[in-house]
Ligand binder design. Structure first.
Ligand SMILES: Nc1nc2c(ncn2[C@@H]2O[C@H](COP(=O)(O)OP(=O)(O)O)[C@@H](O)[C@H]2O)c(=O)[nH]1
Ligand SMILES: [Mg+2]
Length: 312
């Protein structure tokens, strides 16, 4: 098997899209072949500009990614796009919708598209996604864009993995900007007010401006207004991405950024492995169910149960 994988990796590195697709499947499944591929690909990654794009469902991320892709292509950039959807891509028609939007891009050899459904398991998204991004990065396109539905922890995971994180907000969506501000400022390198053709886009942009000004730490986060369905503001977004990239490519910023990314990935994977091990070990012997039942019945508190799981 190892030899097959090594050959596939060679083909991926030579630009073969089918080899890439096969390796991505192995990585998604966390198969031994996927791990082997990643160990070979990791040293070859780190050259693409990785961009994470996150926001609520319906905020126009897919439309925005398609519009951005067109602008980047017009600038001569090659790219990979990953859409991560928490719903099954087949049952909800999400993939179909995105595919139609992406039609002209799918015909373009310099654009590679991939959809992934999240599996809703314990921390399943992040580790596989990081691997997917590593493989796409090693594939050698200029940029890798990851579209993900903003859902708490996943946002942080994507931010830790991407060079540049874009948070997409829309006017009148009920997103409570004040309540989210700490979270937004923690992860956003670029803020987008999408659907700026709708009423209250000004208000949202002003609220964001005041949050950015109040935070006053380091580089002020740019706010870009777009109407992705109309193709407006996309050049400005592409500029903001380039500027952020130039910023993090400064030697002193770059080293710290890369270390933070590496640290996050190693710890996320270690956490995942530990939890997998504990769950596998105690599922078989019924100990996990037993502890859960005791906690549910209020005979044991959750901390003591967790301690017991790890100790045993
Ligand atoms: N008014 C308005 N609607 C938009 C805009 N961009 C996207 N939409 C619409 O918002 C809906 C959700 O778009 P989609 O890209 O699928 O959002 P996603 O769930 O964040 O990927 C679709 O009906 C789009 O046509 C925009 O700039 N203005
Ligand atoms: Mg989408």
């Amino acid at each position: 098997m190892a030899e097959d994988v090594d050959a596939l990796v060679e083909r991926l590195l030579a630009g073969n899209r089918r080899a890439l697709a096969r390796i991505l499947t192995q990585i998604e499944n966390d198969a031994p072949a996927g791990r082997r591929a990643l160990s070979l690909l990791y040293p070859r990654s780190g050259r693409a500009h990785t961009v994470g794009l996150t926001g609520s469902a319906g905020s126009g991320k897919s439309t925005l990614v398609a519009a951005l892709a067109r602008v980047l292509r017009a600038r001569g950039k090659t790219l990979c796009i990953v859409a991560i959807d928490p719903t099954s891509p087949f049952s909800q028609g999400a993939l179909l919708g995105d595919r139609i939007r992406m039609q002209e891009l799918t015909a373009d050899r310099e654009v590679f598209l991939r959809s992934m459904a999240t599996r809703g398991n314990l921390g399943g998204l992040a580790p596989a996604t990081a691997g997917i991004v590593t493989a796409l990065d090693a594939f050698g396109k200029d940029a890798v864009i990851v579209e993900t539905v903003g859902a708490g922890q996943d946002e942080v995971e994507v931010a830790a993995m991407a060079d540049t994180t874009v948070v997409v907000l829309t006017p009148g969506s009920g997103d409570d900007v004040q309540a989210m501000k700490a979270g937004i400022m923690e992860i956003a390198d670029v803020l987008v007010v999408n659907k700026s053709d709708l009423p209250n886009a000004d208000l949202l942009a002003r609220q964001l401006r005041s949050i950015v000004e109040a935070s006053r730490s380091g580089r002020p986060t740019p706010i870009v207004r777009t109407a992705s369905a109309l193709g407006e503001g996309i050049e400005a977004l592409a500029d903001a991405l380039e500027e952020h990239r130039a910023y993090i490519e400064q030697p002193e910023v770059r080293a710290a950024h890369r270390r933070a990314q590496a640290r996050h990935q190693v710890l996320a994977l270690a956490r995942q492995r530990l939890i997998d091990r504990v769950v596998t070990m105690h599922s078989g012997d019924g100990r996990l169910d037993d502890l859960i039942a005791q906690v549910a019945a209020r005979r044991l508190d959750p901390h003591s149960a967790a301690d017991a799981l790890i100790r045993e």
